[in-house]
Design a binder for this molecule. Structure first.
Ligand code: GRF
Length: 220
């Protein structure tokens, strides 16, 4: 069985979507651990409730970013994940740790990358008068929010939107995006590696797009 580890810092709505999809049998994988830098976060509580192994470490107990990352990723290595999913993990991971898992780590980012890496993507898109926004799943490389993008979902910006309404609309579509990517990865249809990711044995040159039926299709 394909083994997925999740890193999260927040409320865990993406984690919940993954757990439910696994329970429904929509993702042929097992969730082998949830890891966090925020011992009190909602994602950990959710994982515990679901009987998933959890590990939380506090960065303040470590002398440096590298020391923290090394401990966290040593814990992650013990569950032997085929895939590590950063689902609302809000801490930058140092280069040494990224390199060790660079062929098997993905991140969810709430923008149509390469637009708006970093924080406050909704407010920035609104301030620019963007007509659409969305969310991306990309492979993690040492540079922030910059690895090859596997797939995206697009949402319209509507008149009267504020950052909160745009966030809600985007996150509602981000969950099926993540589930579709995990289905494809667990089944072997999508493959990561150190170069361009593949889908149906073709390199993903432009991000796959999530359809209204929650299926991935090639970009036009
Ligand atoms: C999502 O919007 C994701 O794109 C961003 O953090 C948020 C995670 O929320 N990186 P949750 O903890 O999964 O609810």
């Amino acid at each position: 069985m394909y083994r997925i580890a999740v890193l999260a810092s927040g409320r865990g709505s993406n984690l919940r979507a993954v757990l439910e999809a696994i329970q429904r049998g929509d993702i042929a994988a097992s969730l082998v651990g949830v890891f966090s830098d925020k011992p009190a976060c909602g994602a950990l509580a959710l994982a515990r409730e679901a009987g998933v192994r959890t590990v939380a470490l506090s960065p303040r107990n470590y002398p440096s970013r590298d020391a923290f990352d090394e401990s966290l990723f040593n814990e992650i290595a013990t569950v032997q994940p085929d895939l590590i999913v950063l689902a609302g993990y809000m801490r930058i991971i140092g280069e040494n740790s990224v390199r060790k898992f660079e062929d098997r780590m993905i991140n969810l980012h709430p923008s149509l990358l390469p637009a708006y890496p970093g924080l406050d993507t909704y407010a920035r898109a609104l301030a620019d008068g963007a007509g659409e926004h969305g969310s991306s799943v990309h492979r993690v490389i040492p540079a922030l929010d910059a690895g090859p993008v596997l797939a995206q979902v697009r949402v319209p910006v509507l008149p009267g939107d504020d950052a909160e309404s745009l966030a809600q609309r985007t996150q509602a579509r981000e969950h099926p995006l993540l589930v579709a990517c995990l289905q494809a990865l667990a089944s072997g249809r999508m493959r990561l590696g150190l170069g361009l990711p593949n889908y149906d044995a073709r390199p993903i040159m432009a991000p796959l797009q999530l359809t209204a039926r929650n299926e991935l299709e090639w970009a036009p």
